[in-house]
Write a protein that binds this ligand. Structure first.
Ligand code: AMP
Ligand code: GLY
Length: 420
């Protein structure tokens, strides 16, 4: 099977690592990729861009790929799958199903219609009505830009003034462009957060074991929100009982609701959850694998991911649970100094290629300048390891990140320790 993987992050490098193990594979290419991929698998087609659907479709046709795996949200929300599906099977939801991530207003009304537990919310396009409504809610109150905003569109406001500012940023000052043309004002959910990913084939949702990421930049869950500074699995408070509720009250209802709307959900469904006293509610849905939770989860998945992905894309997932190895895994993100604000660029990463240890170093924001490996983003590398226990996995990953000292970078020293 000749496969094309689309994306360029740590998630895609981990997906590449796992998909490469499949006996079904004859060739796996990636576009656009990053500095971690062998150069002969990176598609080098002048003018190709992941947001240019027409060119991607003709490229896939011309090169006779048998299967395409779409990693990131933007092309999914833009409807790449709808066009590609006419050429070959594709992993990922169609345009209308991907609106679960592409529009928080849609996602909230979908959850309300199909009885999926989530915080009470209202959507507004008018500033004054939004501000007036926010003032009636108790604090903290959560203000969200409707569309994709690279993790920056959410404000957990601790005062009504802060909520008003967040509303005006979206609706008046166009801080998020088109993504902020509507705002969702949501009640605050208390509890502990976890992520559950499920492979979906339109008829069923097969969950991964739960994972948890660390969203804040600094130790002790301090500092600004980021795309994720590390992640681990499994998560002890995600018991069988909680997972059964996730299956029945959330995943199965998404599958049923999407079918009822005539837009079957295929691909990966990411449920960002808040668990309060064993009861899960949805904080958000994403329509792709999470980054960096994917990295530890794929170390534990005891299955052929390519086979499962094709089954998900073609409505043929098996009627059984997914298999996972015993033990635990985690990943530590090495980030550029200053991230998630303005950060150092083009940091030299010369020690990475010669690393030969127990951890796996997935590349996220890296590129090759000729032979030289340099950083190319805020989140640079993911030091990932598994072990019999979480603390054994943690020891391996920290041994690797501590052995390779890279100036102008930082990482959290409490991954899988500080849990909020
Ligand atoms: P989101 O992009 O929707 O995942 O939001 C980013 C982060 O904001 C989440 O991971 C939560 O930590 C927090 N958050 C979002 N919505 C809520 C909510 N309704 N209650 C509490 N925290 C929230
Ligand atoms: N880890 C959070 C995300 O992928 O959205």
């Amino acid at each position: 099977m000749k496969v094309l993987l689309i994306g360029s992050g740590g998630r895609e490098h981990a997906l590449f690592w796992k998909l490469s193990q499949s006996p079904l594979l004859t060739r796996l290419d990636v576009f656009p990729g990053n500095g971690g991929f062998p150069s002969d698998v990176i598609v080098n087609e002048p003018g190709l861009s992941i947001t240019d659907t027409d060119r991607i479709v003709s490229f896939v046709k011309k090169n006779r790929y048998d299967f395409v795996f779409v990693g990131p949200e933007q092309p999914l929300v833009d409807g790449l799958v709808d066009s590609l599906e006419l050429v070959c099977p594709v992993f990922g939801p169609t345009y209308r199903a991907a609106a679960l991530e592409g529009s928080k207003a849609f996602s909230k009304s979908f959850m309300e219609q199909y009885g999926i537990p989530t915080a009470k919310a209202k959507t507004f396009i008018d500033v004054e009505q939004a501000v007036a409504y926010a003032k009636t809610r108790s604090l903290p109150v959560v203000v969200k830009a409707d569309g994709l905003a690279a993790g920056k569109g959410v404000t957990v406001a601790v005062s009504h003034t802060e909520a008003e500012e967040a509303i005006r940023d979206c609706l008046e000052r166009n801080r998020f462009g088109e993504s902020g043309s509507k705002v969702v004002i949501e009640d605050f959910l208390k509890g502990v957060e976890a992520s559950v990913f499920a492979l979906c084939d339109g008829e069923r949702a097969l969950p991964f074991i739960a994972a948890k990421d660390h969203k804040r930049a600094f130790d002790g869950d301090e500092g600004p929100n980021t795309g994720g500074m590390g992640a681990f699995a499994p998560v002890d408070f995600m018991t069988d009982d909680v997972m059964e509720r996730v299956q029945n009250d959330i995943l199965d209802r998404v599958i049923a609701g999407m079918n009822h709307r005539g837009t079957p959900y295929r691909g990966l469904l990411y449920a960002g959850l808040m668990i309060d006293n064993g009861i899960p509610s949805v904080v958000e849905f994403n329509v792709r694998f999470g980054d960096p939770e994917t990295q530890p989860l794929l170390l534990l998945l005891d299955e052929d991911l390519l086979e499962l992905s094709v089954q998900a894309a073609t409505g043929r997932l098996p009627n059984r649970k997914l298999k996972f190895k015993n033990g635990a895994a985690l990943t530590i993100v090495l980030a550029a100094e200053g991230y998630p604000g303005d950060y150092s660029k083009n940091i030299l990463l010369k020690e990475i290629d010669s690393y030969r240890g127990d951890a796996i170093i997935f590349h996220a924001g890296t590129k090759r300048d000729g032979e030289v490996l340099v950083s190319n983003g805020g989140r640079i590398l993911n030091f990932t390891a598994s072990g019999e226990t979480l603390s054994m996995a943690r020891e391996k990953a920290y041994a690797a990140i501590q052995a390779i000292r890279i100036p102008q970078t930082f990482y959290r020293s409490d991954i899988a320790r500080s849990i909020r």
